[in-house]
Design a protein around this ligand. Structure first.
Ligand SMILES: CC(C)(COP(=O)(O)OP(=O)(O)OC[C@H]1O[C@@H](n2cnc3c(N)ncnc32)[C@H](O)[C@@H]1OP(=O)(O)O)[C@@H](O)C(=O)NCCC(=O)NCCS
Length: 437
């Protein structure tokens, strides 16, 4: 998309609403280092992080992705230079089913100082981000959240979930295939700076729910530079028979006693089934390790089926992760492909107005779809009445329409419509976002 996200002015509606309360809502001038540092300190404070020292500030300033940052300043506060609220947004690509992606507005750094909470400041920030995305023609907004209670009211819903897996390697004997390539233990830079990101880019469109990312979001997967944690990071890479990088695992091992060691898998990316098998086998066969934990993983891990004792591979948590908000129904739904042809009328309700309307999703035999406003009767089509949040939930194929009908969240306009919609919206690849932002 050929536009500069920094050129459009601050959202006038929210600026007016906040000005009525003597608060200034403005874009951050990232060229003003002192202002930038105050903004960064406000974000860190918002998430109860430590005060950033000079190195921390420098790292954040130089390595953030290209974000449009905004803040709210209170001239009457004791520290008027530090914003009392922060927000940021940037343009990325969200992978959708069908090895395609859709432009997405990623929202982050939403904080409001404890002294100013629950006065609709966050509402003004979030709604301004949604209007910003819409004005730039971006069809969906996405975020990862601290609390699952905040964003439904703005039309977001969980569209891709994550799991924590806990494995007892002393019981989980490898029973899967033997990969023909080799695993190498390498210095972090070997993968982080040489080929790892290219691998991610090569894979990205085959993983619904992933986003395009680089900068700090990429580098911190290997430990935030300068932190004690970064020194403990180990990296194993898998090269295929011709020496091509096909996957890597980032992990660290901590030892409590003489023999008991625990491994934490930070990140594992595999472009091939061989790479997946070889890396998991490597992790499961680490000597002295009696516990292996993997967080933020896909909710269906093939490794469960690759050990002699599947009870040694336990999913200890599963939760919402990527939240999606549809802003433009036509562009969003036309961006993906579908598993089964047919016509489905979608009556979409949206309290904020962006996506409200009655649409016909017309899916061709090849799985591509056209979406148009449909004023006519239901006729022979299937039909669903749903809120924009529910549309976001089913968008990537991560939630079942039938389940949401049973939950009273989606209403069938014709019996059997949920089953038909499930056949179309399902994704052969379970949606997964491998990072938080
Ligand atoms: C979450 C946070 C940004 C909310 O800011 P705020 O200015 O107090 O929120 P608002 O007053 O605009 O509230 C808007 C709505 O969200 C609700 N809400 C706000 N925070 C909530 C929370 N933590 N849990 C549940 N609901 C919440 C409010 O009740 C209000 O609901 P309503 O419009 O239906 O009445 C703020 O508490 C904060 O900075 N928290 C720590 C950082 C954080 O978690 N940020 C979110 C990152 S994903």
């Amino acid at each position: 998309m050929g536009f500069d996200i920094h050129k459009s002015p601050i959202d006038a509606t929210s600026a007016r609403a906040l000005a009525d309360r003597d608060l200034r809502f403005d874009l951050l001038d990232t060229g003003d280092i002192a202002a930038y540092d105050s903004w960064l300190q406000a974000v860190t404070r918002g998430f109860h992080g430590p005060v950033l020292d000079a190195d921390g500030l420098e790292l954040h300033r130089t390595d953030l992705v290209d974000e449009r940052m905004s803040g709210v300043w209170d001239a009457a506060s004791a520290d008027p230079a530090t914003p009392i609220a922060t927000a940021s947004g940037w343009l990325t690509e969200l992978t959708v089913p069908g090895t395609r992606s859709v432009p997405a507005w990623a929202i982050s750094s939403i904080t409001v100082a404890p002294t100013h909470r629950r006065r609709t400041i966050a509402r003004n920030l979030i709604e301004s981000e949604l209007r910003q995305a819409q004005s730039l023609g971006v069809p969906v907004a996405i975020l990862t959240v601290t609390e699952a209670t905040i964003y439904a009211r703005f039309g977001f819903a969980p569209s891709a979930r994550i799991a924590t897996w806990k494995i007892d390697p002393t019981r989980a004997r490898w029973n899967g295939p033997t990969a023909p390539g080799r695993v190498h233990i390498v210095p972090t830079e070997n993968v982080r700076d040489n080929g790892g990101h290219e691998l991610l880019e090569r894979l990205r469109l085959s993983l619904p729910g992933q986003i395009q990312f680089d900068g700090m979001l990429w580098r911190r997967l290997f430990g935030t530079p300068g932190t004690p944690e970064a020194k403990e990071i180990r990296v194993a890479r898998y090269d295929d028979e011709v020496g091509q990088l096909q996957g890597f695992a980032v992990y660290r091992v901590t030892r409590a006693g003489h023999l008991d060691a625990s491994a934490e898998l930070g990140y594992l990316l595999a472009a091939t089934d061989d790479a997946y098998s070889a890396l998991w086998r490597y992790l499961l066969e680490l000597d002295l390790v009696t516990s292996l934990t993997a967080e933020m993983r896909v909710i269906e891990e093939p490794v469960y089926w690759q050990v002699t004792d599947p009870r040694a591979v336990v999913k200890t948590a599963e939760s919402d992760h990527l939240w999606t908000r549809i802003l433009d129904v036509k562009a969003a739904l036309e961006a993906r492909t579908y598993s089964s042809p047919g016509g489905i009328i979608l009556e979409v309700d949206d309290a904020l107005g962006f996506a409200a309307g009655r649409y016909l999703l017309d899916i061709a035999a090849d799985g591509t779809a056209s979406v148009n406003v449909h004023a006519g009767p239901l006729g022979d089509f299937d039909g669903l009445a749903l809120g924009v949040a529910e549309l976001g939930a089913i968008y990537l194929g991560g939630a079942s329409v039938s389940t949401l009908v049973r939950a009273g969240r989606i209403r069938e306009l014709r019996a059997g419509a949920a089953e038909a919609a499930d056949a179309s919206f399902r994704s052969a690849v379970t949606p997964w976002l491998s990072i938080w932002f």
